[in-house]
Design a protein around this ligand. Sequence first.
Ligand code: SF4
Length: 75
Amino acid sequence: MTRAGTTGAGTTRVAVDFVRCRAHGLCAQELPEAVRVDEWNYPIVDGRPLPADLVKRAKAAANLCPVLALKVIRD
Ligand code: SF4
């Protein structure tokens, strides 16, 4: 069973700043469980809470984004 990415009162999810995004597609390679790309290589995220076991990898993927467009957000 996978727990949602909850810590305390919040949930964690990924989001994309499309103003910054340059469609490298690196995020989908690093975190395919939560990010896929469209036909132009722009990321698609569904905004669902991340499973707890993906939060650390999501932060790593965000740090690898060359323009820091992938965000890990805690609501
Ligand atoms: S790695 Fe960053 S710039 Fe590249 S597609 Fe993902 S969010 Fe966009």
